[in-house]
Write a protein of this length. Structure first.
Length: 483
């Protein structure tokens, strides 16, 4: 992210998300500020808190898509969570601190993958030797030349001079018989091993099956991690990890191809080469300084007015999220993580509740409010054609695997866009997700009988769209349920 300016971040997001320039701009500035803060002196750096963002807009307008594409753009640890999966402490469900533990796991795996990628070339010779050991058991062991003879020569230091004088002669006679035989066997085995090595490098043995022993390492967990789990799911995981730890790492044998064995052995060798403590330290620092958590459906935990019952738990979730967003220390199995400088991006439709229904303290921790606009027919038209992996491109690619060529005319794109806007205005507004339903209905017959149209080119125009959707679009009651 150090090389990307806010303008460049917006341009990259434009390749996948149509419109919503305000939201893209706010996200781009927030990301750039993370990079700027890290370049400041340490005393000033600690004082600058991230400006968390609250995205407000109806479903299907691109809130989650912006977050998903953002995750692929930045090299920072990123986690998307649903606010509805968390419950207040004391209720059955996940506690909010688990999102930090999940983010730390993401950061740890990212750093581990980076380290392993940098060492992948170095582990090649080791993996090759292990594969040859599997293909030629015992060929990697070099026999000790004349070990029994040498033992008889040098092993008895207390023998008399007569025995010592006769020993070399006896050894010499025995060497003439044993050593050449050993060398001959060794040379033959070595030649066979080198021949297999060449075949292995040329890819001629990829489908040959070998038997490999796969070991499961006992997990390394801390006592604080078990105590930190505040719900049944985390407690069950902790108990399972304890059982595995005391039971030790179990291993079992599998018959796999050489290609699969190479992958397994590579992961095994790389895991032994990396420094896990160093990985944890780097990941912890990366999570604390540049971690990003996207909290979706935050409006579902907002309490409208004063109600009892389950709303008490919703407000309790807000109170539990508050210290995480403000900055607190959370115990994980890789150490204590400080959440002060983690960037939080929250999003919700707020169709029933309003942002003001959140508790005031939580509202204050999301100072940047961005409202996303509803999509119209022009937006739908662009969504169907402009993005890198547009809907029309996806369906064309899918049917091309059956030998069917699909071509969408401009009037077909226009007609589907108009229908999408009409149905959204007359029934529930689900944004761009409406286009998925329309496309499926339009291409339903072709998708079902694609094997019968192999080699054909089918043109989808406005009349074809109307023919497939005329009954549904004319019957408003039916369109509410089908489209």
């Amino acid at each position: 992210m150090d090389d990307l300016t806010p303008r460049q971040i917006v341009e990259k997001l434009d390749q996948y998300v149509i419109g919503q320039h305000k939201a893209k701009r706010a996200v781009a500035v927030a990301l750039r500020n993370r990079a700027r803060r890290l370049k400041l002196p340490e005393d000033i750096r600690d004082e600058i808190a991230p400006k968390n963002i609250l995205m407000i807009g109806p479903t299907g307008v691109g809130k989650t898509e912006i977050a998903r594409r953002l995750a692929k753009l930045c090299n920072a640890p990123f986690l998307k969570v649903e606010a509805t999966k968390y419950t207040e402490v004391g209720y059955v469900g996940r506690d909010v601190e688990s999102m930090i533990r999940d983010l730390m796991a993401v950061g740890y795996n990212d750093v581990k993958s980076e380290m392993q990628d940098s060492m992948r070339e170095k582990c090649g010779p080791k993996v090759e030797e292990k594969l040859l050991d599997l293909l030629l058991p015992g060929s990697g062991k070099k026999p000790a030349k004349g070990s029994s003879v040498l033992g008889s020569i040098f092993g008895n230091k207390n023998s008399n001079a007569t025995e010592n004088s006769s020993a070399p002669a006896a050894a010499s006679e025995q060497d003439k018989v044993l050593v050449p035989a050993e060398e001959k066997a060794s040379d033959s085995t070595s030649a066979t091993r080198e021949k297999f090595r060449q075949m292995l490098r040329e890819g001629k043995l990829e489908d040959r099956e070998v038997e490999i022993e796969i070991s499961r390492k006992a997990p390394t967990i801390s006592g604080m991690e078990i105590i930190a789990g505040g719900n049944m799911e985390d407690l069950e995981n902790g108990i399972q990890n304890l059982t595995a730890m005391f039971g030790g790492g179990r291993s079992h044998r599998r018959t796999v191809t050489v290609n699969e064995a190479r992958r397994i052995l590579t992961e095994e060798v790389l895991d032994g080469m990396v420094d896990h403590d160093k990985i944890a330290d780097i990941a912890k620092n990366r999570v604390e300084q540049s971690g990003i958590i996207f909290i979706d459906e935050i409006d579902k935990i907002a309490v409208k007015g004063e109600h009892g019952g389950q709303d008490v738990s919703r407000e309790g979730v807000q109170r539990d999220i508050l210290p995480i967003v403000e900055g607190s220390n959370v115990n994980t199995k890789w150490g204590v993580v400080d959440t002060t400088h983690i960037l939080f991006i929250a999003a919700g439709a707020f169709s029933v509740a309003a942002p003001s229904d959140l508790i005031p303290e939580l509202q204050g921790r999301f100072p940047l409010r961005v409202e996303l606009e509803s999509l119209n027919k022009d937006d739908f038209k662009r969504i169907l054609t402009e993005p890198k992996n547009s809907l029309t491109f996806q369906y064309t690619a899918l049917l091309s695997t059956e030998g069917v060529t699909i071509k969408f005319t401009d009037d077909a794109i226009e007609r589907m866009s108009v229908l999408g806007e009409e149905v959204n205005s007359k029934s529930e507004n689900i944004g761009a997700r409406r286009l998925h339903t329309i496309m499926e209905k339009v291409l339903d017959e072709i998708s079902f009988s694609a094997d019968e149209h192999k080699g054909e080119t089918i043109s989808i125009d406005a009349s074809y769209v109307d023919e497939k959707l005329k009954d549904i679009s004319q019957n408003q009651d039916l369109s509410r349920y089908i489209l």
